[in-house]
Write a protein that binds this ligand. Sequence first.
Ligand SMILES: *[C@@H]1O[C@H](CO)[C@@H](O)[C@H](O)[C@H]1NC(C)=O
Ligand SMILES: *[C@@H]1O[C@H](CO)[C@@H](O)[C@H](O)[C@H]1NC(C)=O
Ligand SMILES: *[C@@H]1O[C@H](CO)[C@@H](O)[C@H](O)[C@H]1NC(C)=O
Ligand SMILES: *[C@@H]1O[C@H](CO)[C@@H](O)[C@H](O)[C@H]1NC(C)=O
Ligand SMILES: *[C@@H]1O[C@H](CO)[C@@H](O)[C@H](O)[C@H]1NC(C)=O
Length: 388
Amino acid sequence: MRHLLRVLVGLACLEAAFSVEIVPGHAFDRFMTIWLENQDYAKAAVDARIADLRRQGILLTRYYAHTHPSQPNYVAAVAGDYFGLNHDDFVRIPENVSTVVDLLEWKNITWAGYFEDVPGPGYMGNASDGSTGNGGWDYVRKHNPFVSFDSITNYGERLLNLESFGAFQRAFSAKQVPQFVFMSPNMMNDGHNTSMEFAAEWSHKFLQPLLEDGAFGNAERTLVMLTFDESETCSEPNHILTLLLGSAIPQALKGTQDDTLYTHYSILSTLEANWGLPNLGRYDVGANVFRFVADAAGYTGNRDPDNAASVNNSVSYPGLLHDDPSLRLPIPAPNTLLVGAGGLPVLDSIKKTWSDTAKAPTPYDGSGRVFDGDRNPPAYNPPAADPS
Ligand SMILES: *[C@@H]1O[C@H](CO)[C@@H](O)[C@H](O)[C@H]1NC(C)=O
Ligand SMILES: *[C@@H]1O[C@H](CO)[C@@H](O)[C@H](O)[C@H]1NC(C)=O
Ligand SMILES: *[C@@H]1O[C@H](CO)[C@@H](O)[C@H](O)[C@H]1NC(C)=O
Ligand SMILES: *[C@@H]1O[C@H](CO)[C@@H](O)[C@H](O)[C@H]1NC(C)=O
Ligand SMILES: *[C@@H]1O[C@H](CO)[C@@H](O)[C@H](O)[C@H]1NC(C)=O
């Protein structure tokens, strides 16, 4: 009897653990982004496997990464700035810098990062040998942005959300994939140590089960975003190929393209618009929202920034993480007067953390202008509410 009771209690607990409520969004109920490495738009666009995937989704034709090399692009996508980072070495970003994780958790949206060949949940090392290839390091910290933020690693529950591809496959089989997922394949499968063809072949194969009807559960619309972190040719503007796929893509838009100008900051603004989230008060505000999501959310702020014609994004601007000491600057204060694509102000906890610098000059103006360390350096001005 006592044994039976224990079994019943055990079952009830299991059920509770699994019945996490899904927070519905305007255009999708789950967002998954998968990051490949270092290819130019022009080369990716003519690949046969990419072309096959294109038929099932929306091709973003004017998507630009921020700088070179890899790491700053990953950091930008989760934090709305890369803080001058211009290298792939170990960095730690102070706890007072918030990320997408703070926005998602505010709305009780479940999230995870999955990293192929990471040796265990929450691993904080620089690199680890993998399962593919010839014994070289395969998991690399520079492709895992979350682990560089003290605001994530200082909290055990957050750290434990940084898991392996095995954990993803288990969650997928159980139809328990979190609502926000960031995935980095290993250094072979992402194309870094291999080729465009290798990465496209891997992606095509990996994505097929994810794109089947009901793959994640019948009622849920999943948006799958396949992207490259940066282009290969550093002397050309940082133009990369990005595809939107999955059950969230409206039937009529399959096989179409969207010519709006996007950057990795558009990931943040799109999440904010879709789920009605507050914002980070950084470059997330003003970044264009993926058009079909903007349409579903009633967001009308998309436009070409006034410096669109000069976008190059090949060199990092000055900041805390620059490897040249003469180009270091403190972390800029967020502009706490901005309203983001979710129609909400800056997250309350960010306002509180940065209250002493609420009037400090800031480069974040909500204009959607694109900055780099070459032709478009950021300009610091007193915070203002309206995009200038
Ligand atoms: C990680 O790399 C940094 C230099 O980029 C080095 O200082 C540090 O010791 C390395 N950590 C480990 C655990 O090897
Ligand atoms: C943010 O944290 C860093 C590192 O602890 C500190 O140097 C900086 O002054 C802090 N900024 C603010 C506005 O609190
Ligand atoms: C998140 O969940 C907590 C606890 O259930 C609840 O109090 C809070 O209102 C929720 N937040 C939002 C934005 O729904
Ligand atoms: C990938 O390339 C790096 C150099 O960029 C090398 O150190 C590493 O061993 C390679 N990994 C594999 C699995 O070949
Ligand atoms: C982009 O920046 C790189 C690096 O500074 C430079 O070599 C290249 O000429 C620039 N391209 C354009 C089109 O301005």
